[in-house]
Design a protein around this ligand. Structure first.
Ligand code: NDP
Length: 247
């Protein structure tokens, strides 16, 4: 896949799935823009990418953060071709509706769904100009929820999936594509943070369909395919990358 001269924003590009995607996009010739809150984490990621990526420190759950991410990208590169809405959060122990706080609800929805709306809203004029595309990083739980766990997280990702379809329908004739990738369990700090200890994590890994969880690159390859010219006829698609867990 070829991304020469393409400018790609990846929210949450300093860690996990977003960082794996950044590495692959850069190797395929793209100019990569990483967005995250923590400057130290951004600096480390950029160093690992050979100091060729551009970092923007911004909170994408806030309107100001998303406007900053888009405007600094345009100031620096003059265009935007691909938006990867990847930043997300999963609050541990989301197992009981009665104890799940309103603050945790807001944190989940504001990052997992509102940021996707805001980034898309501010990026769309530039994506229309470049006939670009958007890949949203959702979750297999947005397709099929779990019993007794992650119900607001799953709902936030279901909203991302429907937003992806609605945007695809609205922008197909204007030349901008929208797709979503729905990862299963993937070895990143987000997933490890959900478990109380390493034994719990290992026993979870063994219970998955293939007896192993995804590596971030397993998800990133699908993101790149959907963002590429090879997927020119694909829009509004919701793609599980989960070893069958959502069946
Ligand atoms: P990580 O925890 O490894 O990375 C999250 C990234 O998001 C970091 O770069 C973090 O940087 C950034 N981020 C977090 N909050 C904000 C914010 N408010 N504004 C800007 N950036 C932010 O996560 P994953 O790679 O695991 O997750 C990526 C996506 O994949 C998420 O949407 C997640 O829901 C989804 N997913 C993950 C699965 C998994 O098992 N790992 C399974 C299914 C879906 P910083 O903290 O510095 O801001």
């Amino acid at each position: 896949m070829e991304f020469s001269d393409k400018v790609v924003i990846i929210t949450g590009g300093s860690s996990g799935i977003g960082f794996a995607a950044a590495r692959l996009f850069q190797a395929a010739g793209a100019q990569v823009v990483l967005v995250g809150r923590n400057q130290g984490r951004l600096d480390r990621a950029i160093e690992q990418l050979g100091n060729k990526a551009f970092g923007i420190s911004a909170d994408v759950s806030l309107s100001g953060g998303t406007q900053k991410a888009v405007s600094q990208t345009i100031e620096k590169f003059g265009r935007l071709d691909i938006l990867i809405n990847n930043a997300g959060v999963s609050i541990p122990n989301e197992t009981d509706l009665e104890t799940f706080s309103e603050e945790s609800f807001d944190e989940t929805i504001n990052l997992n769904f509102r940021s996707v709306f805001l980034m898309t809203k501010y990026a769309i004029p530039y994506l229309l100009a470049s006939l670009g595309n958007v890949v949203n990083v959702s979750s297999r739980l947005g397709i099929k929820p779990l019993k007794d766990d992650a119900f607001i997280y799953a709902s936030s990702k279901a909203a991302v999936n429907m937003f992806t379809k609605a945007m695809a329908l609205n922008y197909i004739q204007k030349g901008v594509r929208f797709n979503a990738v729905c990862p299963g369990a993937t070895d990143t700090p987000l997933l490890r943070n959900v478990f109380d200890n390493s034994e719990e994590f290992s026993s979870y890994v063994h219970s998955t369909p293939l007896g192993r969880i995804a590596m971030p690159e397993d998800i990133a390859h699908t993101i790149l395919f959907l963002a590429s010219e090879k997927a020119a006829y694909i829009t509004g698609g919701i793609y599980p990358v989960d070893a069958g867990a959502s069946i």
